[in-house]
Design a binder for this molecule. Structure first.
Ligand code: NAD
Length: 490
């Protein structure tokens, strides 16, 4: 029987009294690694009360002192870098190199949040009227709940956690029930850092656990990253309960390839974007629109890159792509591929039926490319979240941009070209929050917001950087007058 994961509440590790635990599966081997409790509402209640009780003292710790905890955390994360990266590969399936990249991004957010004493500065205006000054200060909001998806179990909690803490809030993190092991290890480090009891809390669980967080009166702010239907649910339910909320949703990321794009570089970048992390990235390219005959060169080049990609268990050297997360996910992706073919699309590289020697039980698909996909069909419009690239043709840049903007999502859009003018037009007109110009995974650094648009995002302020600081603080404006010998003169 595999290990039962624990919750971390009030500075203690606690076994959940959950009626159900879910197996956490290594998707390359189908072996159970651990069991995740589906924590019930009373355990959420306990975590929320504890976090609320810890808040008044934590917000009084001066910002320069609060960030000392983050410096310690950064050092511990560096020390445990390999262990955390390997844990991501085991529970999620991505290659060790991709997992290392993920942990690097997590640490980068801790580093950025160490600038809180500067980032939390307020504004001051002297003499807004005679002898009267006005200023704005930022104060923490209280208890924040951080709800995470399976695809970046090490990084996504860090889009929020370090900023929330540095701003003086207390937190409850709810990892994905499919990939909760890495965060369990991160919390061992948070425990070592020595945050005061109740400042950082971990509650494992699924949808019911999330709903208990959304309804809890002691929770002031909710962040979410996951699929669009759930993001919409989180946004409306948390807002109806009077909380501030940001919810990042799903994606269907198009990229435009012009005939003047560099063939070798573009092919490599597009293939990495579409097939890296087995396409399970919210910034995965999933639609390539070739313009003015560019498919003649890029079609065969991408097909070659897809067929030659090395697929296998992510801890093995040389492997470039791992499995998808679950048997259900694999079946769903295969179903969508078939639907695309039934709608008249053309199979260019077929990655179905791909058993990997030694890992026959794993949930593997090989890179797949489908051409001539009809606009409005399954491949063009559905978030596949697997290693599948759909290809379409456009006669002009204008037509390609129209295709890009016709989609319901707006997480990322990219252009590949040697023309600055075409790139500028694209940057200006594309309806997406993250734009890549000769870049295939336009993931913002920690000091920029992760800017999804349309159905990829519900809210106003995004993850990371200054947006996170604004999200985790509320502004207070003070108008001040002092009567006395000097001010009376005014
Ligand atoms: P998911 O929506 O299934 O789950 C995300 C979280 O929501 C999990 O913690 C889960 O326990 C919880 N949840 C699931 N169903 C729920 C329900 N009915 N009610 C309340 N809570 C519920 O997402 P996932 O499959 O874990 O992650 C993949 C998705 O996340 C993809 O759609 C991907 O595009 C998206 N994603 C988006 C971004 C972004 O920045 N926009 C980043 C990463 C992933």
């Amino acid at each position: 029987m595999s290990e039962k994961l624990l919750n971390f509440v009030n500075g203690e590790w606690r076994a959940s009294a959950a009626e159900r635990h879910l197996d956490v599966i290594n998707p390359a081997t189908a072996e159970a690694l651990a069991q995740a409790p589906l924590s019930p509402a009373d355990e959420v209640d306990e975590a929320a009360r504890v976090a609320a009780a810890a808040f008044p003292a934590w917000r009084r710790v001066p910002a320069p002192a609060r960030i000392q905890y983050l410096f310690k955390l950064k050092a511990l994360m560096e020390e445990h870098f390999e262990e955390l990266s390997r844990s991501i590969t085991l529970e999620n399936g991505k290659t060790l190199d991709d997992a290392r990249g993920e942990m690097r991004r997590a640490i980068e957010n801790v580093e950025t949040a160490c600038g809180i004493p500067m980032m939390m500065l307020g504004d001051f205006s002297e003499d807004i009227a005679r002898g009267i000054d006005e200023y704005m200060i930022r104060q923490p909001v209280g208890v924040a709940a951080i709800i995470c998806p399976f695809n970046f179990p090490g990084m996504i909690p860090f889009w929020y956690l370090p900023y929330a803490l540095a701003c003086g809030n207390t937190v409850i993190v709810k990892p994905s029930e499919r990939c909760p092991i890495t965060l369990q290890k991160v919390f061992r480090l948070l425990e070592q850092v020595g945050f005061p009891k109740g400042v950082v809390n971990l509650v494992n669980g699924g949808a019911d656990t999330v709903n208990a967080l959304l309804d809890h009166p002691a929770i002031a702010a909710v962040t979410f990253v996951g699929s669009t239907p759930v993001a919409r649910h989180i946004y409306s339910r948390a807002a109806a309960n009077g909380k501030r909320v940001q919810a990042q949703g799903g994606a269907k990321n198009p990229l435009i390839i012009l005939p003047d794009a560099d063939v070798e570089l573009t092919t490599r970048i597009v293939a990495d974007s579409a097939f890296g992390n087995a396409g399970q990235r919210c910034l995965a390219a999933s639609l390539a629109v070739t313009v003015a005959g560019a498919e003649k060169t890029f079609g065969p080049a991408l097909a070659e890159a897809a067929s030659s990609r090395v697929v296998g268990f992510g801890l093995e050297p040389g492997v470039e792509m791992g499995p998808v997360i679950s048997a259900q996910s694999k079946a769903r992706i295969e179903g969508l591929i078939q639907q695309g073919l039934d709608e008249g699309a053309e199979m260019i590289v077929d990655g179905r039926n791909s058993a990997i020697r030694g890992y026959e039980q794993g949930y593997f698909l090989r890179p797949t490319i489908i051409g001539d996909i009809p606009a409005g069909g399954a491949i063009a419009t559905t978030e596949i979240f697997g290693p599948v690239l759909g290809m379409m043709r456009a006669k002009t840049v204008e037509e390609a941009i129209e295709l890009v903007n016709s989609g319901q999502y707006g997480n990322m859009a990219c252009v590949f070209t040697g023309s600055g003018a075409a790139a500028r037009k694209f940057r200006y007109e594309a309806d997406a929050g993250n734009i890549g110009i000769n870049v295939g995974v336009a993931a913002p650094m920690a000091f920029f917001p992760f800017s999804g648009w349309k159905n990829s995002f519900f809210g106003t302020l995004h993850a990371q950087g200054k947006h996170a600081v604004e999200f985790f603080t509320q502004t207070k404006v003070v108008v001040e007058r002092w009567l006395g010998e000097w001010t009376r003169k005014f």
